[in-house]
Structure formats: C-alpha cells, structure tokens
Design a protein around this ligand. Structure first.
Ligand code: CU
Length: 332
C-alpha cells in the first residue's frame, strides 16, 4: 500500500493542514453510516474529481474553545473527578461503539444532516438533555471541551476539529470543502450528569454531502505507514473487547524521532474508525508529556469494541506542524 500521490496537490493541501491519499477508484458503493475547540479557520480546499479528502484540522494548539464558551467544571464535591489534561490518568472513558446519537440522557442534535459539496462552510450542533435543553457545562479533556471528528464512509476523509460553543450551548465549527457521499460526525466530551458525576460520551450522527459519490477500497492492514517524511511503525495485537497495548514508533530518514511536541496533552493522538459501520474507538496514550521531547516510541491503551478492519488516524506535531498519518489495523 502506498500513499504516493499527486505531490503538488498534496503540498498545497498540506499547507492548509489537509492531506489527500491517492485515489483508488472502484465501483463499490458503500452504504451510508456514519465526531474541538478553536474557532476554526475554515479550510477551503478545491476538490479534484475522484480525489478523496483527508482533512486534518487543528494546525495549532491554540485554545479558542475556552474563549468561545464556558469552561464547565465539576463541583469539587463530586467523586471520581477527572484530571483534565492528564490523558490516561483518571479520566472517565467513553464506552460502546459511538454509533448512537443518544446515550446516558444526552443527545447530539445537528442543525442539519445534509450539506452541499465542494465549499467550506460552518456547521452547527447542540448537545441536549433528555428535557431538550442545551448542555453548556463540559469538562475539559485533553485540553478541549469537546472533540469533533468527521469521517467519510469509505474512511478516505478524516477531520479532527475543535468547535466553539456559544454561551447558549450552540457549537459551531468550520468544515473544509467535502466530497459528495456519506459522512459521519462524532462528538466526544465529558459532562456532569444530573448527579454531578462526569460522564464520558461519544455521540455521532450521519451526514450526507449532496452529489454523485464514488468510494475507494480500504487499503490492506499494514504495520507501517508514512506522512510528511516520517515513517511510522505499529506493534501490538489488538483484540475486540479487551484492553491491549499498542506501540507506535516514529522515525525520519532512518533516525528515531525525539522532538515530538505536545498536541492535546499527548505526543500522538490516535482515533480509529471501523470499516463498514464506522464504529469509533479512541486510543488513550500512556505517560505524560514533558516539553518538545516526545518519541520515538509511544504506548497506547487500545480497546476496540468490535473485531474487523479499522482505519487508524495518527496525529502528531513537530516544529509547530500537525501531521496526520493513517493505516489499516486488523482487530481480531
Ligand atoms: Cu480533539
């Protein structure tokens, strides 16, 4: 498998924190099924025919969600308190496959489920309670009040963004231009329930981008991939329903990389989406960050809810630039 592509286009896209993978057009049509903080600069991308888009948002770690909304915090009396900014420590972990719009009395309510293709646009949504009220209190997790992911049904498109929340609890996020087809949005957040206990949730909903859609076959599983001159190697034996350790090693020009910068309080952010139903798995990093000295080897707690082929999106930062790599992982 490879990631070779139209290098000039890639260069342009990367300049906007958007990368693309080579088109592998097939006739298969995948049925539709289909989750930040920062006032996002809308990423405008001209979509080339048949070229799948892989958008990696958040080129910087500037925090603007907080500027845009309330930083809810738990009452100091609540038990099981989280430790914001300490991934892998005592944070409550979302359970399940993330495929429901509602869980634990909270619902993801998008303003629309259909978008036009080919133009950057602002997307809005709310998280509502069972009584229909907007949730406005969120507990920061990995430096953010809410993490938003956008994934295309064939796993060629991926964006990880940080929306901004209004005081009324309306979230908005700038989306890049999207190719026609079936997409899914995911919101990942921690909010106190009625008893004041923190609940970690992943809620998702399908999104249709209008127009003639073509899809790309999923690349075969591989323990290696590359992006922006970095070579990534994975090891571990992920199995559905059990927590396993997954190790990521990053090198460049045959040399171990040791200058990874903190990104969302970790040295690499891993998100996995399952081929077929688009189930969601977030892999929690072990250890903590200490300055711009991460790498070359990072370890993760991997707990996949289901077996199958999963597309793993790996985000890491060097010299102020966010890189997004992807590979296919088989989960037994
Ligand atoms: Cu995020």
């Amino acid at each position: 498998m490879g990631w070779p592509v139209a290098s000039s286009l890639i260069r342009v896209l990367r300049a906007r924190h958007v990368v693309a993978r080579s088109p592998r057009k097939v006739v298969r049509v995948v049925p539709a099924r289909l989750f930040s903080r920062r006032g996002l600069t809308a990423i405008a991308v001209s979509t080339l025919a048949g070229l799948a888009l892989l958008a990696a948002g958040c080129g910087t770690t500037t925090d603007s969600t907080r500027a845009g909304g309330s930083t809810g915090s738990l009452p100091s009396t609540s038990a099981g308190a989280t430790m914001p900014g300490m991934p892998g420590m005592n944070e409550p972990m979302p359970s399940g496959d993330g495929l429901s719009a509602s869980a634990s009395g909270f619902t993801l309510t998008p303003a629309t489920t259909t978008l036009p293709a080919g133009a950057a646009q602002t997307f809005t949504f709310r998280i509502t309670t069972a009584a229909g009220q907007n949730v406005t209190h969120f507990v920061p997790e990995q430096t953010q009040l809410l993490h938003f992911y956008l994934v295309r049904s064939d796993l060629t498109g991926f964006a990880h963004l940080h929306p901004r929340m209004s005081p009324e609890g309306v979230w908005s996020v700038g989306l890049p231009a999207l190719s026609p087809g079936s997409w899914r949005i995911y919101t990942q957040f921690i909010t106190p329930n009625q008893a004041g206990q923190p609940v970690a949730l992943v809620l998702s909903a399908p999104l249709t981008v209008a127009g003639q859609a073509s899809t790309v076959a999923l690349p075969s599983p591989s323990t290696t991939t590359s992006v922006d001159g970095y070579a990534l190697t994975l090891s571990g034996q992920p199995a559905a329903g059990s927590e396993r350790e997954l190790t990521l090693t990053i090198g460049r020009d045959g040399t171990p990389v040791t200058d990874l910068q903190p990104y969302l309080d970790t040295y690499a952010h891993l998100t996995a989406i399952r081929d077929g139903d688009l189930a969601f798995a977030h892999l929690h990093p072990q250890g903590s960050v200490h300055g711009d000295h991460g790498g070359p080897t990072l370890t993760f707690h991997a707990e996949f809810p289901k077996p199958g082929d999963w597309r793993l999106f790996i985000q890491f930062q060097t010299s102020g630039t966010l890189h997004t790599a992807a590979t296919t992982v088989h989960v037994s």
